[in-house]
Design a protein around this ligand. Sequence first.
Ligand SMILES: NC(=O)c1ccc[n+]([C@@H]2O[C@H](COP(=O)([O-])OP(=O)(O)OC[C@H]3O[C@@H](n4cnc5c(N)ncnc54)[C@H](OP(=O)(O)O)[C@@H]3O)[C@@H](O)[C@H]2O)c1
Length: 255
Amino acid sequence: MAATESSAGTRAGEDMRRSGRILITGANRGIGLALAGHFLARGWRVAAACRDPAGARALAALAARHPGRCDVLALEVRDAASVAALAAALGAGGDTLDVLVNNAGINPAPREHTVADVAVAAVAEALDVNLLGALRVLQAVVPLLRRSGRPRVVNISSGGGSMTRNSAPAGRPQTAYCLSKAGLNMLTVRAARDLPEFTVVSVSPGWIRTDMGGPAAELDPVAATADLATTIEQLQPHHSGQWLNRFGQPSEYAW
Ligand SMILES: NC(=O)c1ccc[n+]([C@@H]2O[C@H](COP(=O)([O-])OP(=O)(O)OC[C@H]3O[C@@H](n4cnc5c(N)ncnc54)[C@H](OP(=O)(O)O)[C@@H]3O)[C@@H](O)[C@H]2O)c1
């Protein structure tokens, strides 16, 4: 084979490896919706999971622009039956999954409460969604990810989950959120060890203008998630167990 054909074949192979099928949780708004748009534009098949598909109008409009490549699926991450139904729908007919993005998350109000006065129920709620929800979805789709040649798991973390450089501002400690994101980071570390054939990372997306990030946040959701999508596409096995920023560099936050 001529060198040009060979390198063209290599490029085609790289393009193939850069796309595939991705599951994004919390895909109806914010970071999840913007990520779904980027992956569809880049040729991926997207399973876009949200709590209320019938009410997810922006997501439905996005899916309509990419016929046959965007499945809008119901998912309540607190509900084991909902998670199981999602996995069954995803795996129907022996279909594969290449990437899971655990994006669905909450930051319960009020965010001013400290460990001295935060409601234990608020902490439990944050853990149920941000940590246990991610664990439920991961466990449910491990068999589907094992069908992929390159299974990848991306847990959307936050500087609030850092032990040593916790980013929550004074006066607004976001206690429930921080506890849950620290747990999510440990899920990344443990999953990277327990699933050595997978690439598992935490990624901090930056402070983004979404319902959660608020209007004062520094980053535009579409622009910031373009960087995030590139990082996810370029994940390599040696990244497993790491905490990256949206550019794919080791996070500025130490664990
Ligand atoms: N924005 C930032 O600056 C920032 C910074 C660091 C990390 N993050 C992380 O990025 C992720 C996305 O945040 P965002 O800013 O896009 O937040 P957002 O706009 O508030 O969106 C949160 C998403 O999570 C979904 N969700 C919440 N609870 C759920 C549940 N029980 N089951 C299924 N889905 C659920 C929401 O669905 P509904 O519409 O049904 O509520 C929504 O789609 C979160 O994990 C967040 O912690 C965000």
